[in-house]
Write a new protein. Structure first.
Length: 362
Protein backbone atom coordinates (compact mmCIF):
# COMPACT_ATOMS: atom_id res chain seq x y z
CA UNK A 1 0.00 0.00 0.00
CA UNK A 2 1.30 3.47 -0.86
CA UNK A 3 0.28 6.48 1.15
CA UNK A 4 1.00 9.77 -0.59
CA UNK A 5 1.18 12.88 1.54
CA UNK A 6 1.16 16.15 -0.39
CA UNK A 7 1.67 19.64 0.90
CA UNK A 8 1.28 22.28 -1.77
CA UNK A 9 3.07 25.36 -0.50
CA UNK A 10 2.76 28.93 -1.80
CA UNK A 11 6.04 28.46 -3.66
CA UNK A 12 5.41 25.08 -5.22
CA UNK A 13 4.25 21.50 -4.55
CA UNK A 14 6.17 18.73 -2.94
CA UNK A 15 5.10 15.12 -2.38
CA UNK A 16 6.25 12.48 0.04
CA UNK A 17 5.31 8.94 -1.13
CA UNK A 18 5.62 6.29 1.54
CA UNK A 19 5.46 2.56 0.86
CA UNK A 20 4.10 0.99 4.01
CA UNK A 21 3.38 -2.67 4.64
CA UNK A 22 -0.12 -3.23 6.05
CA UNK A 23 1.45 -5.24 8.86
CA UNK A 24 3.54 -2.34 10.11
CA UNK A 25 1.15 0.45 9.17
CA UNK A 26 0.24 1.22 12.74
CA UNK A 27 3.73 0.80 14.15
CA UNK A 28 4.86 3.52 16.48
CA UNK A 29 7.72 4.46 14.16
CA UNK A 30 5.43 5.19 11.22
CA UNK A 31 2.86 6.92 13.38
CA UNK A 32 5.46 9.18 14.94
CA UNK A 33 6.89 10.05 11.53
CA UNK A 34 3.48 10.92 10.12
CA UNK A 35 2.55 12.98 13.15
CA UNK A 36 5.79 14.89 12.85
CA UNK A 37 5.26 15.57 9.15
CA UNK A 38 1.67 16.70 9.49
CA UNK A 39 1.17 18.04 13.00
CA UNK A 40 4.52 18.60 14.63
CA UNK A 41 4.03 16.28 17.61
CA UNK A 42 0.50 16.90 18.83
CA UNK A 43 -2.64 15.68 17.09
CA UNK A 44 -3.28 11.96 16.58
CA UNK A 45 -3.46 11.03 12.91
CA UNK A 46 -5.77 8.10 12.31
CA UNK A 47 -9.38 7.97 13.46
CA UNK A 48 -12.16 5.54 12.61
CA UNK A 49 -14.48 8.47 11.84
CA UNK A 50 -14.30 10.61 8.74
CA UNK A 51 -13.45 14.26 9.46
CA UNK A 52 -14.17 16.83 6.82
CA UNK A 53 -13.76 20.49 7.63
CA UNK A 54 -12.50 22.71 4.82
CA UNK A 55 -11.04 26.11 5.60
CA UNK A 56 -10.29 28.41 2.69
CA UNK A 57 -8.88 31.92 2.78
CA UNK A 58 -10.57 33.67 -0.13
CA UNK A 59 -8.00 35.78 -2.02
CA UNK A 60 -8.90 39.47 -1.84
CA UNK A 61 -6.43 41.93 -3.33
CA UNK A 62 -7.12 45.48 -2.11
CA UNK A 63 -10.13 47.49 -0.99
CA UNK A 64 -9.83 51.27 -0.83
CA UNK A 65 -12.39 53.35 1.05
CA UNK A 66 -12.29 57.16 1.11
CA UNK A 67 -14.41 58.97 3.65
CA UNK A 68 -13.44 62.12 5.54
CA UNK A 69 -10.04 61.73 3.82
CA UNK A 70 -9.50 58.41 5.56
CA UNK A 71 -7.95 55.73 3.39
CA UNK A 72 -8.29 52.18 4.32
CA UNK A 73 -7.23 48.80 2.98
CA UNK A 74 -8.81 45.41 3.27
CA UNK A 75 -7.17 42.40 1.71
CA UNK A 76 -7.00 38.66 1.95
CA UNK A 77 -4.27 36.23 1.10
CA UNK A 78 -4.22 32.48 0.64
CA UNK A 79 -6.54 29.63 -0.27
CA UNK A 80 -6.22 27.05 2.45
CA UNK A 81 -7.90 23.67 2.10
CA UNK A 82 -8.00 21.47 5.18
CA UNK A 83 -9.36 17.95 5.23
CA UNK A 84 -9.14 14.95 7.54
CA UNK A 85 -10.20 11.59 6.12
CA UNK A 86 -8.31 9.05 8.21
CA UNK A 87 -5.32 11.26 7.46
CA UNK A 88 -4.98 15.02 7.44
CA UNK A 89 -4.69 16.45 3.92
CA UNK A 90 -3.50 20.04 3.52
CA UNK A 91 -3.51 21.95 0.24
CA UNK A 92 -2.34 25.57 0.44
CA UNK A 93 -2.19 27.87 -2.58
CA UNK A 94 -0.63 31.27 -2.04
CA UNK A 95 -2.41 34.18 -3.76
CA UNK A 96 -3.18 37.80 -3.10
CA UNK A 97 -1.00 40.65 -1.85
CA UNK A 98 -2.77 41.92 1.22
CA UNK A 99 -3.03 41.40 4.94
CA UNK A 100 -6.75 40.78 5.56
CA UNK A 101 -8.22 37.31 5.76
CA UNK A 102 -11.71 36.16 4.81
CA UNK A 103 -12.42 32.48 5.39
CA UNK A 104 -14.74 29.99 3.73
CA UNK A 105 -15.53 27.07 6.02
CA UNK A 106 -17.22 24.03 4.49
CA UNK A 107 -18.67 20.83 5.90
CA UNK A 108 -17.65 18.42 3.16
CA UNK A 109 -20.39 15.77 3.37
CA UNK A 110 -23.24 18.30 3.19
CA UNK A 111 -21.32 21.07 1.34
CA UNK A 112 -22.86 23.58 3.75
CA UNK A 113 -20.55 26.60 4.03
CA UNK A 114 -20.19 29.95 5.76
CA UNK A 115 -18.08 32.89 4.66
CA UNK A 116 -16.29 34.70 7.49
CA UNK A 117 -15.67 38.47 7.16
CA UNK A 118 -16.13 38.91 3.37
CA UNK A 119 -14.92 42.53 3.39
CA UNK A 120 -14.24 42.93 -0.33
CA UNK A 121 -17.06 41.46 -2.47
CA UNK A 122 -15.31 42.08 -5.84
CA UNK A 123 -12.66 39.61 -4.72
CA UNK A 124 -14.80 37.24 -2.64
CA UNK A 125 -17.94 36.89 -4.78
CA UNK A 126 -16.26 35.37 -7.89
CA UNK A 127 -14.67 32.68 -5.75
CA UNK A 128 -18.00 31.91 -4.10
CA UNK A 129 -19.84 31.81 -7.43
CA UNK A 130 -17.25 29.49 -8.92
CA UNK A 131 -17.50 27.04 -6.04
CA UNK A 132 -21.30 27.18 -5.98
CA UNK A 133 -21.46 26.55 -9.74
CA UNK A 134 -19.15 23.56 -9.46
CA UNK A 135 -21.23 22.07 -6.64
CA UNK A 136 -18.44 22.34 -4.08
CA UNK A 137 -20.35 24.47 -1.59
CA UNK A 138 -23.85 25.36 -0.45
CA UNK A 139 -23.43 28.83 1.04
CA UNK A 140 -25.78 29.38 3.98
CA UNK A 141 -24.43 32.30 6.03
CA UNK A 142 -22.10 35.22 6.50
CA UNK A 143 -20.26 35.15 9.83
CA UNK A 144 -18.71 38.35 11.18
CA UNK A 145 -16.14 38.68 13.95
CA UNK A 146 -17.05 42.38 14.54
CA UNK A 147 -18.64 45.37 12.84
CA UNK A 148 -15.61 47.22 11.44
CA UNK A 149 -15.73 47.85 7.71
CA UNK A 150 -12.77 45.63 6.87
CA UNK A 151 -14.73 42.69 8.30
CA UNK A 152 -18.47 43.36 7.90
CA UNK A 153 -18.39 46.09 5.27
CA UNK A 154 -19.00 43.68 2.41
CA UNK A 155 -22.17 42.16 3.86
CA UNK A 156 -24.58 44.29 1.84
CA UNK A 157 -23.07 43.48 -1.55
CA UNK A 158 -22.71 39.79 -0.73
CA UNK A 159 -26.39 39.64 0.29
CA UNK A 160 -27.41 41.24 -3.01
CA UNK A 161 -25.55 38.59 -4.98
CA UNK A 162 -26.38 35.57 -2.81
CA UNK A 163 -30.00 35.53 -1.66
CA UNK A 164 -31.30 34.09 1.57
CA UNK A 165 -28.09 34.12 3.60
CA UNK A 166 -28.20 34.43 7.36
CA UNK A 167 -25.83 37.02 8.85
CA UNK A 168 -24.35 35.83 12.13
CA UNK A 169 -22.37 38.38 14.13
CA UNK A 170 -22.36 41.06 16.79
CA UNK A 171 -25.31 43.40 17.18
CA UNK A 172 -23.61 46.24 15.29
CA UNK A 173 -22.64 44.23 12.21
CA UNK A 174 -24.21 45.29 8.91
CA UNK A 175 -27.50 43.45 8.16
CA UNK A 176 -27.04 41.08 11.09
CA UNK A 177 -29.90 38.58 11.54
CA UNK A 178 -28.55 36.54 14.48
CA UNK A 179 -26.29 37.46 17.39
CA UNK A 180 -25.33 34.30 19.26
CA UNK A 181 -24.98 34.53 23.02
CA UNK A 182 -21.62 33.91 24.66
CA UNK A 183 -21.08 30.16 24.66
CA UNK A 184 -23.99 29.52 22.30
CA UNK A 185 -23.38 26.68 19.85
CA UNK A 186 -24.59 26.03 16.32
CA UNK A 187 -23.70 23.71 13.45
CA UNK A 188 -22.27 24.02 9.97
CA UNK A 189 -23.69 21.01 8.19
CA UNK A 190 -23.69 17.75 10.11
CA UNK A 191 -20.19 17.68 11.52
CA UNK A 192 -18.80 21.09 12.35
CA UNK A 193 -19.80 22.45 15.75
CA UNK A 194 -19.34 26.18 16.34
CA UNK A 195 -19.21 27.98 19.69
CA UNK A 196 -19.48 31.78 19.86
CA UNK A 197 -17.05 33.37 22.31
CA UNK A 198 -17.74 37.00 23.16
CA UNK A 199 -14.45 38.90 23.46
CA UNK A 200 -15.40 42.59 23.85
CA UNK A 201 -12.54 45.07 23.71
CA UNK A 202 -11.40 45.91 20.17
CA UNK A 203 -15.13 46.44 19.72
CA UNK A 204 -17.92 45.66 22.15
CA UNK A 205 -19.48 43.30 19.60
CA UNK A 206 -16.31 41.27 18.96
CA UNK A 207 -16.96 37.53 18.74
CA UNK A 208 -14.47 34.72 18.21
CA UNK A 209 -15.72 31.44 16.73
CA UNK A 210 -14.37 28.14 18.02
CA UNK A 211 -15.04 25.30 15.58
CA UNK A 212 -14.56 21.60 16.01
CA UNK A 213 -14.85 18.60 13.69
CA UNK A 214 -13.83 15.53 15.66
CA UNK A 215 -10.25 16.12 16.74
CA UNK A 216 -9.76 19.09 14.42
CA UNK A 217 -10.08 22.37 16.32
CA UNK A 218 -9.76 25.94 15.03
CA UNK A 219 -10.67 29.41 16.24
CA UNK A 220 -11.37 32.51 14.14
CA UNK A 221 -10.28 35.47 16.21
CA UNK A 222 -10.93 38.53 14.03
CA UNK A 223 -9.04 41.48 15.52
CA UNK A 224 -8.97 40.12 19.08
CA UNK A 225 -5.92 37.86 18.74
CA UNK A 226 -3.26 37.90 16.04
CA UNK A 227 -0.32 35.55 15.73
CA UNK A 228 2.10 36.95 18.28
CA UNK A 229 -0.08 39.98 19.02
CA UNK A 230 -3.43 41.47 19.99
CA UNK A 231 -5.45 44.68 19.79
CA UNK A 232 -4.99 48.11 21.41
CA UNK A 233 -7.16 50.04 23.87
CA UNK A 234 -8.03 53.26 22.08
CA UNK A 235 -11.17 55.36 22.47
CA UNK A 236 -12.12 57.69 19.67
CA UNK A 237 -15.82 58.38 19.79
CA UNK A 238 -15.40 61.56 17.70
CA UNK A 239 -14.98 59.42 14.57
CA UNK A 240 -17.51 57.10 13.02
CA UNK A 241 -16.69 53.54 14.06
CA UNK A 242 -16.46 52.33 10.47
CA UNK A 243 -13.37 54.40 9.71
CA UNK A 244 -10.73 53.10 12.06
CA UNK A 245 -8.20 52.40 9.29
CA UNK A 246 -6.45 55.75 9.68
CA UNK A 247 -4.94 54.83 13.02
CA UNK A 248 -4.64 51.09 12.68
CA UNK A 249 -1.06 49.97 13.36
CA UNK A 250 0.23 46.98 11.39
CA UNK A 251 0.59 44.07 13.76
CA UNK A 252 -2.37 44.68 16.01
CA UNK A 253 -5.89 45.97 16.17
CA UNK A 254 -6.87 48.51 18.81
CA UNK A 255 -9.08 48.33 21.90
CA UNK A 256 -11.33 50.88 20.26
CA UNK A 257 -14.24 50.32 22.60
CA UNK A 258 -12.68 48.54 25.55
CA UNK A 259 -9.83 48.45 28.03
CA UNK A 260 -6.94 46.34 29.28
CA UNK A 261 -9.14 44.46 31.75
CA UNK A 262 -11.43 43.31 28.95
CA UNK A 263 -8.53 42.26 26.76
CA UNK A 264 -6.90 40.33 29.59
CA UNK A 265 -10.15 38.44 30.03
CA UNK A 266 -10.53 37.88 26.28
CA UNK A 267 -7.01 36.55 25.77
CA UNK A 268 -6.00 34.97 29.05
CA UNK A 269 -9.33 33.61 30.22
CA UNK A 270 -11.65 33.07 27.25
CA UNK A 271 -9.22 32.12 24.46
CA UNK A 272 -6.58 30.62 26.75
CA UNK A 273 -9.18 28.14 28.02
CA UNK A 274 -9.45 26.51 24.58
CA UNK A 275 -7.50 23.29 23.95
CA UNK A 276 -3.84 24.02 23.30
CA UNK A 277 -3.95 22.32 19.88
CA UNK A 278 -6.61 24.75 18.57
CA UNK A 279 -5.29 26.40 15.40
CA UNK A 280 -5.58 30.19 15.25
CA UNK A 281 -7.03 31.98 12.21
CA UNK A 282 -6.82 35.77 12.77
CA UNK A 283 -8.37 38.58 10.78
CA UNK A 284 -5.08 40.05 9.57
CA UNK A 285 -1.53 39.04 8.69
CA UNK A 286 0.48 41.12 11.15
CA UNK A 287 2.94 38.52 12.40
CA UNK A 288 6.17 40.17 11.22
CA UNK A 289 5.30 43.44 12.95
CA UNK A 290 4.11 41.64 16.07
CA UNK A 291 7.23 39.54 16.45
CA UNK A 292 9.42 42.66 16.35
CA UNK A 293 7.72 43.82 19.52
CA UNK A 294 7.80 40.38 21.14
CA UNK A 295 11.54 40.01 20.53
CA UNK A 296 12.13 43.48 21.99
CA UNK A 297 10.36 42.41 25.19
CA UNK A 298 11.55 38.81 25.53
CA UNK A 299 14.15 36.74 23.70
CA UNK A 300 12.79 33.26 24.44
CA UNK A 301 13.21 30.35 22.04
CA UNK A 302 9.48 30.24 21.09
CA UNK A 303 9.65 33.91 20.05
CA UNK A 304 12.84 33.31 18.08
CA UNK A 305 11.15 30.40 16.30
CA UNK A 306 8.15 32.58 15.46
CA UNK A 307 10.50 35.24 14.12
CA UNK A 308 12.26 32.69 11.90
CA UNK A 309 8.94 31.38 10.59
CA UNK A 310 7.63 34.87 9.86
CA UNK A 311 10.83 35.76 8.02
CA UNK A 312 10.41 32.73 5.75
CA UNK A 313 6.63 32.72 5.26
CA UNK A 314 4.22 35.36 4.02
CA UNK A 315 1.17 33.76 5.64
CA UNK A 316 0.92 32.41 9.17
CA UNK A 317 -2.82 31.81 9.64
CA UNK A 318 -3.61 28.29 10.79
CA UNK A 319 0.08 27.55 11.38
CA UNK A 320 0.09 28.23 15.10
CA UNK A 321 -2.09 27.12 17.99
CA UNK A 322 -3.43 28.54 21.22
CA UNK A 323 -0.66 26.59 22.95
CA UNK A 324 1.91 28.32 20.76
CA UNK A 325 0.42 31.73 21.54
CA UNK A 326 0.80 31.09 25.26
CA UNK A 327 4.53 30.67 24.65
CA UNK A 328 5.43 33.34 22.08
CA UNK A 329 2.73 36.00 22.50
CA UNK A 330 3.83 38.35 25.29
CA UNK A 331 0.24 39.53 25.78
CA UNK A 332 -0.63 35.99 26.88
CA UNK A 333 2.31 35.86 29.31
CA UNK A 334 1.14 38.54 31.76
CA UNK A 335 1.81 36.21 34.71
CA UNK A 336 5.36 35.47 33.57
CA UNK A 337 7.94 37.02 35.95
CA UNK A 338 10.10 38.01 32.96
CA UNK A 339 7.27 40.05 31.43
CA UNK A 340 6.33 41.54 34.79
CA UNK A 341 9.93 42.66 35.29
CA UNK A 342 10.01 44.34 31.88
CA UNK A 343 6.77 46.24 32.54
CA UNK A 344 7.44 46.98 36.20
CA UNK A 345 3.96 45.64 37.05
CA UNK A 346 2.68 42.48 38.71
CA UNK A 347 -1.09 42.70 38.43
CA UNK A 348 -2.07 40.96 35.14
CA UNK A 349 -4.32 43.81 33.98
CA UNK A 350 -1.61 46.37 34.72
CA UNK A 351 0.90 44.25 32.83
CA UNK A 352 -1.49 44.09 29.88
CA UNK A 353 -1.94 47.87 29.86
CA UNK A 354 1.80 48.48 30.15
CA UNK A 355 2.58 46.12 27.27
CA UNK A 356 0.00 47.85 25.12
CA UNK A 357 1.50 51.26 25.83
CA UNK A 358 4.95 49.90 24.99
CA UNK A 359 3.62 48.54 21.71
CA UNK A 360 1.94 51.85 20.91
CA UNK A 361 5.30 53.59 21.28
CA UNK A 362 7.11 51.38 18.78
Amino acid sequence: MTLVIRQIHPFGPCSYPLSISPHCFYSSLVMNFLRTQLFGTSSPLFRPQVRAMHIQSIPMCRLMLRSRHIYYQATVAILEYCRNICLFYVNSIGTGKGNNYAYLVTDEPTKQSVIIDPANPPEVAPELKSQIASGKINLTAIVNTHHHWDHAGGNGDILKQFKGLQVIGGKDCTSVTKTPAHGEEFKIGDRISVKALHTPCHTQDSICYYMQDGDQRVVFTGDTLFIGGMCIVFKFSHLSREYHGLILNPGCGRFFEGNAKEMHKALNETLASLPDDTKVYPGHEYTKANVKFCIAVSQTEPIKKLQAFADQNKQTQGKFTIGDEKLHNVFMRVNDPEIQKVTGKTDPVDVMAALREMKNSM
